[in-house]
Ligand binder design. Structure first.
Ligand SMILES: Nc1nc2c(ncn2[C@@H]2O[C@H](COP(=O)(O)OP(=O)(O)OP(=O)(O)O)[C@@H](O)[C@H]2O)c(=O)[nH]1
Ligand SMILES: [Mg+2]
Length: 316
């Protein structure tokens, strides 16, 4: 197995430009408008962090830890304030050691990944990107096209499978559980390393559709008892507070192992990822910062903080 770099920092930084510019511009305005850094500066900083979806709880903790340092900081430059925010944020957020390559390496094969989420969150694209990534690590990957709702879903996956040079198991009926079953059976026969199962988008409050996911899981486990090894929820990074609801609801039906936040390139509110990390329930495993296959980045909270608070003068 050939390990490819887990994170391309320059891509990550470019992808997060909207959030970074939003935060940095607001902090810059706050600091430069003032003769002194005082309580009203602190309030403005608080508003800035909340406005990028960092969440009330995390922002309050951060500001309460940083208040004294900010008020007594002799260097009142934007960079000095950002350094304080960065270091306080780093100490508040847990380090996640989720590493897909390691998990696959240490597991019996095939390693099965079930991908779920609401409509349009980025599941199919993420399955395609993951297939590319794992295939280029030298793994034999099979994709199961278990979105039997939309005819176009299969065509979309076909393009990704061809691009990634991996085998696609297409639906022969409109039963997603039977596609999952066929995909695992073929993967066992062909000694594949990884099976990625794409599923149809569904709303977390639609009980029937959520139960269908439990059925897919059962069918998978009937062939490989400890599979799926990962059940990953794909969440659109623009979902705001609803992201938290989606994570909780899907988790109650599927026993998720992790989250993937997509489309973070399209939002100025990338602070949602910090809020999710602070909940410490499920690891953020990957993030999507663009539509191309190399835009799926493994998630590291330190790199994410660095990319968002990279500072106005730092170049790629
Ligand atoms: N900019 C950007 N676009 C993304 C990202 N991830 C997915 N998309 C786009 O989001 C749209 C929806 O993605 P899909 O992968 O089809 O979403 P899905 O969850 O499979 O959708 P359904 O199967 O209909 O529920 C597509 O146009 C993707 O190209 C990302 O990280 N960044
Ligand atoms: Mg899809």
């Amino acid at each position: 197995m050939k390990l490819i770099p887990r994170i391309d920092f320059s891509k990550l930084k470019n992808g997060l430009a909207k959030t970074r510019n939003n935060i940095l511009n607001k902090i810059s305005e706050t600091i430069t408008r003032k003769a002194n850094v005082d309580e009203s500066t602190i309030e403005a900083l608080e508003e800035t962090l909340i406005s990028c979806d960092m969440g009330l709880d995390l922002t309050e903790k951060l500001i309460s830890n940083a208040r004294k340092r900010i008020l007594t900081q002799p260097d009142r430059s934007v960079l000095a304030i950002i350094e304080i925010i960065k270091s306080e944020l780093t100490s508040l957020l847990p380090f996640s050691d989720y590493n897909l390559s390691d998990r696959i390496l240490n597991s019996k094969k095939p390693y099965v990944i079930l991908v779920v989420g609401i409509n349009g969150s980025g599941k199919t694209t993420t399955v395609g990107k993951l297939a590319s990534r794992l295939q280029s690590e030298g793994l034999k990957v099979i994709i199961g096209s278990a979105d039997t709702f939309r005819a176009a879903a299969n065509d979309q996956l076909k393009i990704w499978a061809e691009r990634a040079k991996v085998q696609l198991i297409e639906a022969t009926s409109n039963d997603p559980a039977s596609v999952a079953y066929d995909s695992i059976r073929i993967a066992l026969e062909e000694k594949a390393d990884v099976v990625l199962i794409d599923t149809a988008g569904r709303l977390h409050n639609n009980k029937n559709l959520m139960n269908e996911l439990s059925k897919i899981k059962k069918v998978i486990a009937s062939l490989i008892p400890d599979a799926p090894h990962d059940s990953l929820l794909v969440i659109d990074g623009n979902s705001g507070q609803n992201a938290i609801t989606q994570a909780n609801e899907f988790n109650s039906f599927v026993d998720l192992t992790g989250l993937i936040l997509t489309k973070l390139d399209g939002t100025a509110k990338g602070g949602i990822v910090f809020q999710i990390c602070e909940m410490k329930r499920l690891p953020v495993c990957f993030i999507g910062v663009g539509e191309a296959s190399e835009d799926l980045q493994e998630f590291s909270v330190f790199d994410y903080i660095d990319a968002i608070f990279a500072g106005p003068t730092v170049q790629n």
